[in-house]
Design a protein around this ligand. Structure first.
Ligand code: AMP
Length: 196
């Protein structure tokens, strides 16, 4: 990845005004290294394999450009983030919500085992832009036909190495096999755990 054109402020990234406003409010002044390197590529819809530790701003690095590319009028999910644990799924969903606070009608849904299925079905029926889930529960919804991935634009594997370590590889492959051909794939691992 080229770092020739150093990005020193969020305004250099030319994010939509609604996202820039949210960043101003949460007080982010400068993009972190991973954000400066990845956001321009992800805004263009490129695939990405990245290594980033928690605390480096990796969530915003994929959340901001995927939010920038959303079609707000589409009812079926456009972004699916797979995460190894419910804690991470909730945390990532909250981050999307925070950055999307000025996108009217935006909906993100965390789905994980043990959470209320009926509420999830209702929200999926109403329409969501982003789904963040653990692989098992995502598969449940796909099997029962409640999660329509035909309009998916981006698939993020967050802490992919951890999902591998926890034995989710077959589940992740099963999900990947049923996503559209034209998909931007973002794959993030911890640098210390796996050399990609
Ligand atoms: P993450 O690595 O995604 O877990 O993010 C770590 C923390 O850094 C979170 O609390 C974010 O809200 C915060 N953060 C992310 N990007 C920035 C930024 N560019 N400037 C300041 N804080 C940030």
């Amino acid at each position: 990845m080229s770092t020739e054109n150093a990005v020193t402020s969020f305004s250099d990234l030319e994010l939509p005004a609604a996202l820039q406003r949210a960043l101003d409010e949460v007080g982010y002044e400068t993009p972190s290294a991973i954000q400066a390197m990845t956001i321009p590529h992800l805004l263009a819809g490129s695939d990405l394999v990245g290594q980033a530790q928690t605390g480096t701003g990796k969530t915003a690095a994929f959340a901001l450009p995927t939010l920038a590319r959303l079609d707000m009028s589409q009812k079926t999910p456009q972004v699916l983030v797979l995460a190894p644990t419910r804690e991470l799924a909730i945390q990532v969903a909250e981050a999307f919500q925070k950055y999307a606070r000025h996108l009217p009608g935006f909906h993100v849904l965390p789905i994980y085992g043990g959470s209320d299925m009926r509420g999830q079905l209702r929200q999926l029926e109403r329409g969501v832009h982003v789904v963040v889930g653990t692989p098992g529960r995502v598969m449940d919804h796909m099997r029962r036909g409640s999660l329509d991935l035909s309009g998916l634009q981006t698939l993020v594997l967050d802490e992919a190495d951890e999902m591998l370590r926890m034995g989710f590889i077959d589940d992740v492959e099963w999900i990947l096999d049923q996503t559209p051909e034209q998909l931007s794939l973002i794959h993030i691992s911890e640098p210390t755990r796996l050399q990609v």
